[in-house]
Design a protein around this ligand. Structure first.
Ligand SMILES: NC(=O)c1ccc[n+]([C@@H]2O[C@H](COP(=O)([O-])OP(=O)(O)OC[C@H]3O[C@@H](n4cnc5c(N)ncnc54)[C@H](OP(=O)(O)O)[C@@H]3O)[C@@H](O)[C@H]2O)c1
Length: 231
């Protein structure tokens, strides 16, 4: 498969690149600052034929356009877009919310993935069983949400879920599958040391699910183990 991953410098994005590369997939691994992405660069050095590191800040339209142009110069099709990059503002309370923080969360977690999908569409249209795999979270679930924390994170990922539904409906006729997936609570910089899952476990589960996706899964919300998640 030919796969584009966003936010590949660390955490789940880096693990996606590791597992995809290990099985021989071609990976366009994008991150904000490739010159500082030591772990990713080391991985690319181990897989010089199938891991390409490219700069992409998902909060910047020009950066997205430049990255997709660079990808298009190296392949005529993409089979999978993993929209993985995300941010979570720790310690948010209703009393300390500020509009810049809220806007930044929406920019990175919702608008960015949508704009990357739009720019990747010409390549995805030429892919085999093309998939847009949006990394959501259980904290975006309107059904399950009970606490008052993670305000910008939950709301922006809920917007990503709606973008997922919208894109799925719009692209169904072209055979492009679009899903929202909760990766589990995972031990990364974002998930913290108390999380029960390791990145390899989460990505192994998500990759097995990715491999079996069909149009019947499109426009729906799933867990990393391929179980339906309540919206
Ligand atoms: N870990 C969990 O328990 C958990 C649970 C549910 C959902 N998720 C979701 O899973 C995804 C990956 O999370 P993670 O746990 O791996 O988080 P992480 O360890 O904090 O890594 C986040 C990644 O996103 C990148 N990123 C942030 N802003 C970006 C931007 N503007 N442009 C491009 N890349 C950007 C970071 O790059 P830099 O290195 O440049 O900062 C980093 O590579 C996120 O979408 C997150 O919301 C995680």
């Amino acid at each position: 498969m030919r796969v584009l991953v966003t936010g590949a410098s660390r955490g789940l994005g880096l693990e996606w690149v590791r597992q995809l590369a290990a099985r021989g997939d071609v990976v366009f691994a994008t991150c904000r600052r490739p010159q500082e992405a030591d772990a990713l660069n080391a991985l690319a050095a181990q897989h010089p034929n199938n891991v390409k590191v490219l700069a992409m800040d998902v909060a910047n339209d020009d950066s997205i356009a430049a990255a997709l142009q660079a990808v298009a110069a190296q392949t005529d099709a993409l089979d999978v877009l993993i929209n993985n990059a995300g941010i979570l503002h720790e310690g948010e309370r209703i009393t300390n919310l500020h509009s810049e923080g809220l806007m930044q969360a929406f920019r990175v977690n919702a608008v960015g993935p949508m704009m990357v999908a739009q720019r990747a569409l010409p390549l995805l249209r030429r892919g085999e069983r093309p998939v847009i795999f949006n990394t959501s979270t259980m904290l975006a679930s309107l059904t399950l949400k009970s606490g008052s924390g993670y305000c910008s994170y939950s709301a922006s990922k809920a917007a990503l879920n709606m973008f997922t539904r919208t894109l799925a409906a719009g692209l169904r006729g072209e055979g492009i599958i679009v899903v929202a997936v909760h990766p589990g609570w995972v031990r990364t910089d974002m998930g913290g040391p108390g999380a029960p899952l390791t990145p390899p476990q989460s990505v192994r589960g998500m990759m097995a699910f990715l491999d079996k996706l069909t149009m019947s899964h499109s426009g729906r919300f799933w867990t990393w183990e391929g179980k339906e998640h309540p919206w």
